[in-house]
Write a protein that binds this ligand. Structure first.
Ligand code: COA
Length: 178
Protein backbone atom coordinates (compact mmCIF):
# COMPACT_ATOMS: atom_id res chain seq x y z
CA UNK A 1 0.00 0.00 0.00
CA UNK A 2 0.92 3.64 -0.39
CA UNK A 3 2.99 5.40 2.19
CA UNK A 4 0.63 7.77 4.00
CA UNK A 5 1.08 11.49 4.32
CA UNK A 6 -0.49 14.17 6.51
CA UNK A 7 0.70 17.75 6.95
CA UNK A 8 -0.95 20.94 8.11
CA UNK A 9 0.12 24.00 6.11
CA UNK A 10 -1.46 27.25 7.29
CA UNK A 11 -5.19 27.01 6.70
CA UNK A 12 -5.14 23.79 4.71
CA UNK A 13 -4.42 20.15 5.49
CA UNK A 14 -2.66 17.87 3.04
CA UNK A 15 -3.30 14.18 3.58
CA UNK A 16 -3.43 10.90 1.70
CA UNK A 17 -6.67 10.18 -0.17
CA UNK A 18 -8.93 7.41 1.17
CA UNK A 19 -11.89 5.57 -0.38
CA UNK A 20 -14.25 7.81 1.66
CA UNK A 21 -12.99 10.83 -0.35
CA UNK A 22 -14.18 9.49 -3.69
CA UNK A 23 -17.66 11.17 -3.70
CA UNK A 24 -16.04 14.59 -3.10
CA UNK A 25 -13.36 13.85 -5.69
CA UNK A 26 -16.05 12.99 -8.25
CA UNK A 27 -17.50 16.51 -7.88
CA UNK A 28 -14.11 18.16 -8.46
CA UNK A 29 -13.22 15.72 -11.25
CA UNK A 30 -16.43 16.48 -13.18
CA UNK A 31 -16.12 20.24 -12.86
CA UNK A 32 -12.45 20.11 -13.89
CA UNK A 33 -12.07 17.67 -16.78
CA UNK A 34 -13.87 16.87 -20.02
CA UNK A 35 -12.69 13.26 -19.66
CA UNK A 36 -13.29 12.68 -15.93
CA UNK A 37 -12.06 9.51 -14.28
CA UNK A 38 -14.76 7.21 -12.87
CA UNK A 39 -15.24 6.28 -9.21
CA UNK A 40 -14.00 2.82 -10.15
CA UNK A 41 -10.78 4.26 -11.59
CA UNK A 42 -10.02 6.04 -8.30
CA UNK A 43 -10.98 2.95 -6.30
CA UNK A 44 -8.57 0.84 -8.36
CA UNK A 45 -5.81 3.41 -7.93
CA UNK A 46 -6.24 3.42 -4.14
CA UNK A 47 -6.58 -0.33 -3.67
CA UNK A 48 -4.61 -2.04 -6.46
CA UNK A 49 -1.96 0.28 -7.85
CA UNK A 50 1.08 0.03 -5.63
CA UNK A 51 2.82 2.79 -7.60
CA UNK A 52 -0.01 5.28 -6.96
CA UNK A 53 -0.10 8.04 -4.35
CA UNK A 54 -3.00 10.47 -4.05
CA UNK A 55 -3.02 13.65 -2.02
CA UNK A 56 -6.07 15.55 -0.77
CA UNK A 57 -6.01 19.27 0.02
CA UNK A 58 -8.61 19.97 2.69
CA UNK A 59 -10.09 23.25 3.91
CA UNK A 60 -12.49 23.33 6.89
CA UNK A 61 -12.67 19.53 6.78
CA UNK A 62 -13.71 19.37 3.09
CA UNK A 63 -11.56 18.32 0.13
CA UNK A 64 -10.99 21.32 -2.16
CA UNK A 65 -8.33 19.78 -4.36
CA UNK A 66 -6.35 16.66 -5.06
CA UNK A 67 -3.32 15.49 -6.95
CA UNK A 68 -2.05 12.05 -7.84
CA UNK A 69 1.17 10.49 -9.03
CA UNK A 70 2.75 7.18 -9.89
CA UNK A 71 6.18 6.72 -8.39
CA UNK A 72 8.32 4.41 -10.52
CA UNK A 73 12.00 3.88 -9.69
CA UNK A 74 13.14 7.54 -9.32
CA UNK A 75 10.50 9.21 -11.50
CA UNK A 76 7.12 10.54 -10.43
CA UNK A 77 4.39 10.83 -13.06
CA UNK A 78 1.53 13.19 -12.20
CA UNK A 79 -1.79 11.53 -13.08
CA UNK A 80 -4.12 14.41 -12.21
CA UNK A 81 -4.30 17.66 -10.28
CA UNK A 82 -7.36 19.82 -9.73
CA UNK A 83 -8.72 22.50 -7.43
CA UNK A 84 -12.46 23.05 -6.81
CA UNK A 85 -13.65 25.74 -9.21
CA UNK A 86 -14.69 28.14 -6.42
CA UNK A 87 -11.23 28.00 -4.83
CA UNK A 88 -9.09 28.64 -7.91
CA UNK A 89 -6.84 31.65 -8.37
CA UNK A 90 -5.76 31.80 -4.71
CA UNK A 91 -2.45 29.98 -5.13
CA UNK A 92 -3.95 26.78 -3.76
CA UNK A 93 -3.08 24.81 -6.92
CA UNK A 94 0.48 26.01 -6.50
CA UNK A 95 0.54 24.85 -2.87
CA UNK A 96 -0.94 21.49 -3.89
CA UNK A 97 1.65 20.95 -6.63
CA UNK A 98 4.39 22.06 -4.26
CA UNK A 99 3.18 19.52 -1.70
CA UNK A 100 3.08 16.58 -4.10
CA UNK A 101 6.53 17.52 -5.43
CA UNK A 102 7.71 17.54 -1.83
CA UNK A 103 6.13 14.14 -1.22
CA UNK A 104 7.75 12.72 -4.36
CA UNK A 105 11.09 14.08 -3.24
CA UNK A 106 10.65 12.62 0.24
CA UNK A 107 10.00 9.24 -1.43
CA UNK A 108 13.33 9.47 -3.23
CA UNK A 109 12.03 10.59 -6.63
CA UNK A 110 14.50 12.68 -8.66
CA UNK A 111 12.28 13.88 -11.54
CA UNK A 112 8.63 14.54 -12.15
CA UNK A 113 6.70 14.46 -15.42
CA UNK A 114 3.16 15.14 -16.60
CA UNK A 115 1.01 15.62 -19.69
CA UNK A 116 -1.12 18.72 -20.18
CA UNK A 117 -3.46 19.73 -23.00
CA UNK A 118 -1.72 22.10 -25.41
CA UNK A 119 -4.72 24.46 -24.92
CA UNK A 120 -4.52 24.43 -21.08
CA UNK A 121 -2.48 27.62 -20.64
CA UNK A 122 -3.49 28.04 -16.98
CA UNK A 123 -2.03 24.66 -15.97
CA UNK A 124 1.02 25.18 -18.22
CA UNK A 125 1.66 28.52 -16.54
CA UNK A 126 1.43 26.88 -13.11
CA UNK A 127 3.85 24.12 -14.17
CA UNK A 128 6.27 26.59 -15.70
CA UNK A 129 6.23 28.60 -12.49
CA UNK A 130 7.08 25.43 -10.57
CA UNK A 131 10.08 24.60 -12.75
CA UNK A 132 8.58 22.28 -15.35
CA UNK A 133 9.86 22.61 -18.91
CA UNK A 134 8.30 21.28 -22.14
CA UNK A 135 9.92 18.15 -23.54
CA UNK A 136 7.81 17.13 -26.51
CA UNK A 137 4.22 16.29 -27.39
CA UNK A 138 2.02 13.22 -27.59
CA UNK A 139 -0.07 13.54 -30.74
CA UNK A 140 -3.85 13.09 -30.31
CA UNK A 141 -3.41 12.05 -26.66
CA UNK A 142 -6.89 13.21 -25.54
CA UNK A 143 -9.66 11.07 -27.03
CA UNK A 144 -12.52 13.60 -26.68
CA UNK A 145 -11.13 16.07 -29.24
CA UNK A 146 -7.93 14.37 -30.39
CA UNK A 147 -5.93 17.18 -28.77
CA UNK A 148 -2.16 16.86 -28.38
CA UNK A 149 -0.55 16.64 -24.95
CA UNK A 150 2.48 18.69 -24.02
CA UNK A 151 4.93 16.58 -22.00
CA UNK A 152 6.67 18.51 -19.22
CA UNK A 153 9.47 17.54 -16.83
CA UNK A 154 10.97 19.00 -13.70
CA UNK A 155 13.88 17.94 -11.55
CA UNK A 156 13.05 17.44 -7.90
CA UNK A 157 15.26 18.81 -5.13
CA UNK A 158 17.27 15.62 -4.64
CA UNK A 159 18.25 15.55 -8.32
CA UNK A 160 21.12 18.00 -7.97
CA UNK A 161 22.43 16.57 -4.71
CA UNK A 162 25.65 14.63 -5.00
CA UNK A 163 24.62 11.42 -3.26
CA UNK A 164 25.03 7.75 -3.99
CA UNK A 165 21.66 6.45 -5.17
CA UNK A 166 22.62 2.99 -3.93
CA UNK A 167 22.69 4.37 -0.39
CA UNK A 168 19.46 6.35 -0.59
CA UNK A 169 16.38 4.44 0.52
CA UNK A 170 12.91 5.00 -0.90
CA UNK A 171 10.61 6.52 1.71
CA UNK A 172 13.39 8.22 3.62
CA UNK A 173 12.61 11.91 4.21
CA UNK A 174 14.95 14.61 2.87
CA UNK A 175 14.90 18.31 3.51
CA UNK A 176 13.71 20.47 0.66
CA UNK A 177 16.13 23.25 -0.14
CA UNK A 178 14.34 25.43 -2.73
C1 COA B 1 -4.65 24.17 -12.96
C2 COA B 1 -5.22 24.46 -11.55
C3 COA B 1 -4.91 23.24 -10.66
C4 COA B 1 -4.50 25.70 -11.00
O1 COA B 1 -4.95 25.91 -9.67
P1 COA B 1 -5.23 27.37 -9.09
O2 COA B 1 -5.38 27.22 -7.62
O3 COA B 1 -6.33 28.01 -9.82
O4 COA B 1 -3.87 28.13 -9.47
P2 COA B 1 -3.05 29.10 -8.53
O5 COA B 1 -3.94 30.15 -7.98
O6 COA B 1 -2.27 28.30 -7.57
O7 COA B 1 -2.08 29.79 -9.59
C5 COA B 1 -0.73 29.37 -9.72
C6 COA B 1 -0.24 29.82 -11.08
O8 COA B 1 -1.02 29.20 -12.10
C7 COA B 1 -1.19 30.15 -13.17
N1 COA B 1 -2.59 30.58 -13.24
C8 COA B 1 -3.58 30.38 -12.33
N2 COA B 1 -4.74 30.90 -12.77
C9 COA B 1 -4.47 31.46 -13.98
C10 COA B 1 -5.27 32.16 -14.94
N3 COA B 1 -6.58 32.36 -14.75
N4 COA B 1 -4.67 32.57 -16.08
C11 COA B 1 -3.36 32.35 -16.31
N5 COA B 1 -2.55 31.69 -15.42
C12 COA B 1 -3.10 31.27 -14.27
C13 COA B 1 -0.30 31.33 -12.82
O9 COA B 1 1.00 31.03 -13.28
C14 COA B 1 -0.36 31.30 -11.32
O10 COA B 1 0.71 31.97 -10.72
P3 COA B 1 0.60 33.59 -10.50
O11 COA B 1 -0.72 33.85 -9.81
O12 COA B 1 1.77 33.92 -9.63
O13 COA B 1 0.68 34.20 -11.87
C15 COA B 1 -6.74 24.76 -11.59
O14 COA B 1 -6.96 25.81 -12.49
C16 COA B 1 -7.60 23.59 -12.01
O15 COA B 1 -8.00 22.76 -11.18
N6 COA B 1 -7.90 23.48 -13.33
C17 COA B 1 -8.76 22.41 -13.85
C18 COA B 1 -8.04 21.10 -13.87
C19 COA B 1 -6.77 21.14 -14.68
O16 COA B 1 -6.69 21.74 -15.75
N7 COA B 1 -5.73 20.46 -14.17
C20 COA B 1 -4.46 20.35 -14.85
C21 COA B 1 -4.48 19.16 -15.73
S1 COA B 1 -2.93 18.92 -16.56
Amino acid sequence: MCALRERVSGNVVFRSMTLDDIPDIMIIEHESFTLPWSEEAFRNELTHNHFARYLIMEYNGKPIGYAGMWTIVDEAHITNIAVRAGYRGQHLGERLLNEIMDWASDLGMLRMTLEVRVSNYVAQSLYGKMGFVPAGTRKGYYSDNNEDALIMWSDLPGADLDFDEEESSVGEGRERNW
